[in-house]
Design a protein around this ligand. Structure first.
Ligand SMILES: Cc1cc2nc3c(=O)[nH]c(=O)nc-3n(C[C@H](O)[C@H](O)[C@H](O)COP(=O)(O)O)c2cc1C
Length: 193
């Protein structure tokens, strides 16, 4: 039998949500860059949840896609949303995803990798902090933001932005701390939501 101390010494499960679903999107380039940072850091086993693959109903009707998405969130110890900024907010696809799941979000940490024009998607990130608090999640302090995102990555999906790498490492450290705490506490008692 696996003890709780064994469980939290394993790599923790990190779900990386790709929020953009539009044709020609930049989202997968940003997500792949971030997944490389996760692998370089260690301590997490990452799963990509591309919202394009889920086809979640915007009217929130229960669906197999919704069940599959909730199950994937339930298996995660921590979440990162890779999100663009659209009209000073975050995409509707991400709001639908957030609204499609209830209990599986609770007590878990979330971080944000945003991208956009001049603001680097920071307005999307700050709006998301309000929403995830209602879902009983903890948003970590550090986030990653790419301004002028189309120009930030070369043809191989690499970026020379050292601030982004530094920020991603700080964010992952904070996520790991909260995720280990959440995994330990969840094994002892249900989140009081
Ligand atoms: C409908 C729409 C609205 C946008 N609004 C903003 C914005 O308010 N601020 C910003 O920085 N970038 C804005 N952008 C630029 C996007 O952030 C940028 O094109 C980004 O690559 C979009 O992500 P995606 O390609 O993964 O969909 C907007 C793009 C679209 C398509």
């Amino acid at each position: 039998m696996t003890s709780e101390s064994d469980r939290i010494s394993e790599p923790l499960n990190l779900a990386v949500i790709v929020a953009s679903v539009r044709p020609g999107r930049l989202g997968p380039v940003v997500a792949d860059w971030f997944l490389d940072r996760v692998a370089a850091r260690g301590g997490f086993s990452a799963t990509t949840l591309d919202l394009l693959d889920f086809d979640l109903p915007a009217d929130l009707t229960p669906s197999p896609a919704g069940e599959a998405f909730a199950s994937a969130i339930g298996a995660a110890d921590a979440i990162v949303a890779v999100t663009p900024e659209y009209n000073h907010g975050y995409p509707a696809s991400l709001k639908t995803a957030l609204d499609s799941v209830k209990y599986e979000w609770r007590g878990k940490p979330i971080g944000f990798v945003s991208y956009g024009g001049l603001s680097g998607g920071l307005r999307a990130t700050e709006q998301l902090r309000q929403v995830v608090a209602e879902l009983h999640m903890v948003s970590v302090r550090d986030s990653v933001g790419f301004h002028r995102a189309r120009k930030a990555f070369d043809d191989l999906g690499e970026t020379t932005d050292p601030a982004a790498t530094d920020a991603s490492m700080r964010m992952l450290g904070q996520l790991h701390w909260w995720a280990a705490l959440s995994a330990r506490n969840s094994a002892i008692e249900h989140y009081p939501g």
